[in-house]
Design a protein around this ligand. Structure first.
Ligand SMILES: [Zn+2]
Length: 112
C-alpha cells in the first residue's frame, strides 16, 4: 500500500513571527488564509479552504525572503510568511533583479 503523503505543501515562516505571540496570517497556494496563533506547537496547519496540510519551516529571525532555486537551477526568492520585513511580492522588479544578480554573482564566485 502506498504511504500517504505527510504534507501537501511547505511554506517558510519567520521565527520572529512566532516569538511575538501575535496572530499572523499564512497564505495557502489556493488563496486560502490560515490564522496562526502563537505559541505554535504543531509542525503543520490545515488550510480551511482546500484542506491542504501545510508544513511550516521556521526560518530564524525575521527575513522577508530566502533564496531558493527554480527547477532549472536559477536562483529565486521564496517569501517567508509572517515576517515584518518586505517580502518579494512588495519589491519592485528592479529590486528583485538586483537581489538575484547579487546571488548569481555569489554562486559564480563559489563555483570557482
Ligand atoms: Zn488551500
Amino acid at each position: 500500500m502506498p504511504k500517504k503523503k505527510q504534507f501537501d505543501l511547505h511554506t517558510f515562516v519567520a521565527g520572529a513571527a512566532l516569538k511575538t505571540g501575535k496572530p499572523f496570517s499564512l497564505a495557502c497556494n489556493c488563496g486560502g488564509v490560515v490564522i496562526i496563533m502563537p505559541p505554535f506547537q504543531d509542525e503543520y496547519v490545515v488550510c480551511p479552504k482546500c484542506e491542504s496540510r501545510i508544513r511550516m519551516l521556521v526560518i530564524e529571525g525575521d527575513p522577508g525572503y530566502i533564496i531558493g532555486a527554480e527547477p532549472d537551477g536559477s536562483p529565486s526568492l521564496l517569501p517567508v510568511q509572517g515576517s515584518a520585513s518586505p517580502h518579494p511580492g512588495t519589491l519592485t522588479v528592479s529590486e528583485r533583479n538586483a537581489i538575484l544578480a547579487k546571488v548569481r554573482a555569489q554562486l559564480a564566485t563559489k563555483g570557482k
